[in-house]
Design a protein around this ligand. Structure first.
Ligand SMILES: *[C@@H]1O[C@H](CO)[C@@H](O)[C@H](O)[C@H]1NC(C)=O
Ligand SMILES: *[C@@H]1O[C@H](CO)[C@@H](O)[C@H](O)[C@H]1NC(C)=O
Ligand SMILES: *[C@@H]1O[C@H](CO)[C@@H](O)[C@H](O)[C@H]1NC(C)=O
Ligand SMILES: *[C@@H]1O[C@H](CO)[C@@H](O)[C@H](O)[C@H]1NC(C)=O
Ligand SMILES: CC(=O)N[C@H]1CO[C@H](CO)[C@@H](O)[C@@H]1O
Ligand SMILES: [Zn+2]
Ligand SMILES: [Zn+2]
Length: 599
């Protein structure tokens, strides 16, 4: 008995988040408002299950790990049971790609194979795949075989299919829909929808949302009236500046249900754009999205009664938030399962050497807070110094040839914080594995490649938008006021923070729903809306006819080759004919640079 107690005490001493994580000192402003039905929702977690462990603001405010989140959801489910209300836990996809836990696997192991085991410890009620689950066939297949079966129908992919190796039949990736009873006996019909993603791996298939709602099985599933529809989807609940991520097909799903059931509650949980937003579609339908990288977790509550309201909140993921809302403290917050999950995460990080220090970053560089070519932009650091340095080190035999490095903004995924730069940080900045290719052209061609590729990219996005608007036979997204004018007024929410409240740095969410949305009031960290466009290292001081190397990652080889062929007709460049510039890939670049420059 004594031993067990000692063991438990020692477990509890090490339980708080991941080792070395800086705890938050900020607290939520006010308790959550519960309804008859309540939701906690995550999206675009991208492997951030260790939580954010850096000490630079606002990282400490997102310092809880997935073990802490498990303890939190366990307490919240018990609170719901005590109150006699429902609490559902939802995830809208993109579990793959983004940290060492997903990308730091030994060669040959599919992305997210181990981190998915951590997700399986959470009591999710509905999950749905994101586009990142489908870039690689091997990891899609692994998700299908190792992850989906665990959920017994709760992993829903209404419009995603897959073929097994050496077969030709398309089979549903997850279950097409799920009908279930909540703990309080409410009938739920749930769907899981992915935007019409077209860069998916061969062997996987994504049906457009227009096609999905025309499937006879879909109409049949919608036919019976439940107490509520719950739709998790990997597409934003708002329109984006960048047409390429304007993949908001929610009005199509909404109308397909609404036409049949004018007043049944519809709860929509979006994702993909990595932002928070919320839209009231009508008095009985709301769409909401909870952020990214386990920075914020969403909360939505509703009374399904006549005239019942909604509330929503974006919760900072730290132990203060979790304890405040569950009425617990450092003594009684952690559950044994939560502690165990924290320890499994720590162990995997150790086994994969994710805390190995490559060097010490001399300052912070930001992905969203400042615009390229600002000196604190991570893209500026990457294009002006990291990539040129590493390409020169990696291909010394070409060091006498001028060099222009091209990269797409979207492949850089996170900030760099001053201090130790670890293997895990390398994956959070740049998780994708790309080779570098090159072509040698006169500078007259090389200097125009980025503009040409960006111009084409914008033209294609505009064309796609136009085609979507021209689709026949379904309610046109353009005809649907989204949100319906005036509909927000049904929403009762908490008020803005008091003026004298001391504020900390973090997200300040201005979504389309009424009332103040952030759980912990913050000073705005800023953050800009940007396209996944192309940029390059600084222009070269050479004459137009000087031969130089244009270097670019394999992920964007096709658009760059197309641009080169338009600028330099007759050369007939093909992706298959490209040569590798150096032995290192994009996943090695920051390690090589940090070891060279940050020691
Ligand atoms: C639901 O109704 C209860 C009782 O009237 C109320 O206290 C609560 O604030 C309502 N919740 C929401 C989300 O409107
Ligand atoms: C698929 O077929 C190939 C060639 O016939 C074979 O080498 C491979 O083992 C098969 N794979 C599976 C999973 O059956
Ligand atoms: C929410 O969506 C609306 C409409 O698409 C947009 O104008 C607004 O900027 C979005 N808010 C945030 C915080 O992204
Ligand atoms: C490029 O392709 C065109 C059309 O197929 C052909 O006429 C031309 O000879 C090719 N040029 C080179 C350099 O291969
Ligand atoms: C840093 C920040 O933006 N806000 C708070 C989050 O948590 C840290 C660490 O506890 C506090 O010091 C900050 O005030
Ligand atoms: Zn994502
Ligand atoms: Zn996505």
């Amino acid at each position: 008995m004594m031993h067990l107690l000692l063991l438990l005490t020692s477990l509890i001493v090490v339980r708080a988040s991941q080792p070395g994580a800086t705890q938050s000192s900020a607290w939520p402003a006010r308790p959550l408002v519960w309804g008859d039905v309540n939701f906690l929702f995550t999206t675009d977690t991208h492997g951030w299950l260790m939580g954010h462990t850096k000490s630079g603001p606002p990282e400490p405010n997102y310092s809880a790990d997935f073990g802490d989140f498990l303890s939190f959801t366990t307490h919240m489910k018990s609170l719901a049971a005590e109150k006699g209300v429902d609490l559902l836990l939802i995830d809208s996809g993109d579990l793959h790609d983004g940290t060492g836990l997903t990308d730091g696997a030994p060669p040959g192991q599919p992305n997210a194979h181990e981190s998915n085991k951590f997700i399986m410890r959470l009591p999710y009620d509905v999950l749905t795949p994101g586009n990142h689950e489908l870039y690689q066939y091997a990891s899609a297949l692994d998700t299908y075989k190792s992850f989906v079966p665990h959920w017994s129908g709760k992993y829903i992919s209404s419009n995603v299919h897959l073929t097994l190796p050496n077969t030709t039949n398309l089979i549903p990736f997850g279950s097409p829909y799920r009908k279930f009873l909540t703990t309080q006996g409410r009938r739920v019909t749930a769907f899981g929808v992915l935007f019409h993603f077209t860069m998916n791996a061969r062997g996987t298939q994504v049906q457009s949302v227009e096609e999905l709602v025309e499937q006879p099985w879909f109409a049949q599933a919608v036919e019976e009236e439940p107490d509520m529809f719950v739709v998790a989807g990997h597409m934003p609940v708002h329109m984006e500046e960048d047409p390429e991520v304007n993949v908001n097909d929610w009005p199509i799903v909404y109308y397909a249900i609404r036409q049949r059931h004018p007043e049944t509650a519809i709860f929509i949980f979006g994702g993909h754009s990595h932002k928070r937003n919320c839209t009231v579609m009508d008095e009985h339908a709301i769409a909401i999205q909870g952020g990214r990288y386990m920075e914020t977790v969403g909360w939505l509550s509703a009374n399904l009664t006549e005239g019942g309201g909604y509330t929503r909140r974006y919760l900072d993921t730290n132990r203060n938030t979790y304890q405040y809302h569950t009425g617990t403290d450092e003594e009684d917050f952690d559950t044994l399962e939560g502690i165990e999950l924290t320890q499994y995460i720590t162990q995997l990080a150790d086994v994969w050497n994710l805390h190995e220090v490559f060097g010490y970053a001399p300052q912070d560089w930001y992905l969203d807070r400042v615009e390229f070519p600002h000196k604190n932009s991570v893209l500026t650091l990457f294009l002006n110094d990291v990539l040129p340095t590493v390409l020169r080190l990696g291909a010394p035999e070409r060091s006498n040839i001028p060099l222009l490095a091209i990269f797409n903004r979207g492949s850089i995924r996170y900030d760099i914080y001053q201090g130790p730069f670890t293997r895990n940080d390398q994956y959070t900045v740049m998780p994708f594995k790309n080779q570098f290719f090159y072509v040698t052209v006169p500078w007259a061609v090389g200097r125009r490649v980025v503009d040409e590729a960006n111009k084409k990219r914008e033209d294609q996005a505009r064309l796609r938008d136009a085609m979507r608007m021209a689709m026949p036979s379904l309610p046109q997204p353009s005809e649907v006021p989204f949100p319906l004018p005036g509909a927000q007024t049904v929403l009762g929410g908490p008020k803005e923070p008091k003026e004298d409240e001391p504020l900390t740095l973090g997200y300040v969410t201005q979504d389309l729903c009424e009332g103040y949305a952030d759980d912990t009031p913050h000073l705005s960290i800023g953050g800009l809306d940007r396209a996944d466009d192309f940029h390059s290292s600084p222009p070269l001081p050479i004459s137009d006819d000087t031969l130089m190397d244009v270097v670019f990652p394999s992920f964007v080889a096709q658009p760059i080759v197309d641009a080169l062929n338009r600028l330099f007709p007759g050369q007939n460049y093909t992706v298959a004919g490209l040569e590798k510039y150096m032995k290192w890939g994009s996943e090695d670049v920051f390690e090589v640079y940090a070891r060279e420059k940050w020691n």
